[in-house]
Design a protein around this ligand. Structure first.
Ligand code: SF4
Length: 556
């Protein structure tokens, strides 16, 4: 297998930084690091994350509204979600993540194909938009009779000061059969979509979770947190749970419905997939209801097997353990067959991953199964703990952007708090390598000497592509076409380009085949990027021009 040693990553890092003005280079240097771990402790280097993008840099990030409405609430089919803002925010957040859903009966509500928005215009920007929001809620209730309505604020709403929470309260008093709640997730809040995840978690926790004490039938009850059913991933995990006899109370929030979310507090274990987007919910549920959480990963066949074994170890039931082992060995037979077939064609190829707040970590497991190396990876909206592990939490400085997001005070529920594990059980599980409320982060598991870049931008992506020429680049829709114009296959991992699922065992098989097809296709050699046919436009900052003409004038 080709190793990282064939790239001088230190030199590439320097090349990236040297083109920046000195002040920008100093800032970016802390976000572009070589994963050189301490030889004694194995701890990775410190990385700066969750800080503002420097103005002028073309970031891959999304806004707070996108994180709240698009990511966390997006996949719940029967909460009617109204974007209070201009049509652009509403229209472009419509189904962009390709979340799928399967209503259980024909009568079940499904609002995913719709885009609801108040379509704010100049008139409301001047005179206020609350009236229009009330009218939209009335119209939505009359036409769709939803059980719940979420209201999502966009940038202009925060700027003009509409009180969306007061509107929600007033409308809920008028329509008590509908749970109406609002999210102050104006796009500009925080430094990325990460702020929106936190705001979404808070509101779901206070206004939805815990409303229904009805306990779902089943013995081993879990919630799956941070699995958003992109390309049907949650369907595959649900299939596996069913085969193993594990009862899924609620998913936050892939293929999810309002009713399941209201009784999520009745589960016995929370499984956290995307740590960044949902760790707030896991922690608050532990404090209020006594439900412990463990970090799991259903991306990659080996990771899926490990996660199922973790669940079985937690419940410590011989019948469940036997069933889980049986399922793993049955499913792995087909996985191994396909992997062996594909491996000689993918082995030694190079991948780069710049996605989300956990996917850049999780997908490395899938590439490893194909014998591929991840040379460079990073997140769009992660915090330091997603990179370095939760052990750094006490050392993360809270800045003004994070203070902007409400931190809820949560204590044990006087009636519903029930600790699910004794100290003795926790010790026993720890001895098996199962830690509760912990996540080791991406860097400890990533190759030594690989490049880790937080908040990658368009210019840095270009340098990486030119110097390394990976066999595949994984990112989102904003990067897709530029990467393809470079003559490289590009895999969207926020939205699987109409394929998937990639989770679980069947998902791993789909991924193996898809990556084999992509990295071995000869079509990419035929791509001639537009900038090789037409001379690129050149420009200079006005300031530079002024300096040049000043130098010219003084020289004359
Ligand atoms: S940044 Fe503001 S205006 Fe842009 S999509 Fe997000 S909420 Fe809408």
């Amino acid at each position: 297998m080709e190793g990282l040693e064939r790239f001088d990553l230190e030199k590439i890092r320097e090349e990236i930084l040297e083109r920046y003005p000195a002040k920008v280079a100093r800032k970016r240097a802390k976000q572009v690091v070589i994963n050189r771990k301490d030889p004694e402790t194995g701890t990775p280097p410190e990385i700066v994350a969750n800080v503002r993008t420097i103005p002028g840099i073309l970031t891959m990030r999304g806004c707070c509204y996108a994180g709240c409405k698009g990511v966390v609430l997006g996949p719940t089919r029967d909460i009617l979600q109204i974007t209070h803002g201009p049509i652009g925010c509403g229209f472009y957040s419509w189904l962009t993540r390709r979340n799928q859903t399967k209503p259980r009966t024909e009568e079940d509500q499904n609002f995913l194909p719709y885009a609801f928005t108040t379509d704010l215009t100049e008139n409301e920007i001047i005179f206020g938009g609350e009236k229009k929001l009330k009218a939209a809620i009335e119209e939505a209730i009359a036409a769709f009779h939803p059980k719940a309505i979420g209201i999502f604020a966009t940038c202009p709403v925060g700027l003009i000061g509409d009180d969306i929470h007061a509107v929600a309260k007033e409308m809920e008093e008028k329509y008590p059969e509908v749970n109406i709640f609002a999210f102050s997730c104006e796009g500009y809040k925080g430094v990325s979509q990460s702020a929106g995840h936190h705001i979404a978690n808070n509101k779901l926790f206070t206004d939805v979770v815990g409303l229904n004490d009805e306990v779902k039938e089943g013995r081993f009850k879990v919630n799956l947190l941070g699995e958003y059913n992109i390309g049907g991933d949650a369907f595959e995990v649900e299939r596996l749970f069913e085969r193993c006899g594990i009862t899924l109370v609620s998913t936050f929030s892939g293929n999810s419905c309002y009713e399941d979310l209201t009784r999520a507090h009745t589960a016995d274990l929370n499984l956290v997939m995307c740590h960044r987007s949902i760790n707030y919910m896991a922690e608050m549920m532990e404090k209020k209801y006594g439900i412990p959480w463990v970090k799991i990963n259903f991306l990659g066949a080996a990771a899926t097997a490990k996660s199922l074994r973790r669940i079985a170890a937690f419940f410590d039931d011989p019948e469940l353990t036997a069933r889980v082992e049986e399922v793993i060995s049955e499913e792995m037979a087909e996985v191994e067959k396909v992997r062996e077939e594909v491996y000689p064609r993918t082995e030694g190829k190079i991948a780069m991953l710049f996605v989300g707040g956990s996917r850049a970590h999780h997908y490395q497991a899938l590439f490893e199964e194909l014998g591929m190396r991840t040379v460079a990876a990073g997140y769009e909206f992660a915090h330091r703990d997603d990179y370095e592990g939760r052990r750094v939490l006490p050392y993360i400085k809270i800045d003004a952007d994070s203070r902007n997001i409400e931190e809820l005070e949560v204590g044990p529920d006087p009636v519903r708090y029930r600790p699910r594990v004794t100290q003795e059980q926790a010790e026993k599980l720890k001895a098996l390598g199962i830690e509760f409320m912990d996540y080791r982060g991406m860097m400890p598991e990533m190759d030594e000497e690989s490049l880790v870049i937080d908040d990658l931008n368009a210019y840095e992506a270009e340098v990486l592509i030119e110097r390394i020429r990976p066999h595949i680049f994984c990112a989102g829709i904003k990067e897709k076409y530029v990467i393809q114009k470079f003559g490289l296959p590009m895999k969207q991992l926020h939205n699987y380009d109409y394929s998937g699922p990639y989770a679980g065992f069947k998902g791993a098989i789909n991924f193996y085949r898809e990556i084999d097809r992509m990295v071995n296709s000869r079509i990419w050699q035929m791509v001639c990027p537009p900038w090789e046919k037409t001379a690129p436009l050149e420009g200079a900052y006005v300031k530079e021009r002024e300096e040049e003409s000043y130098a010219h004038a003084t020289h004359d």
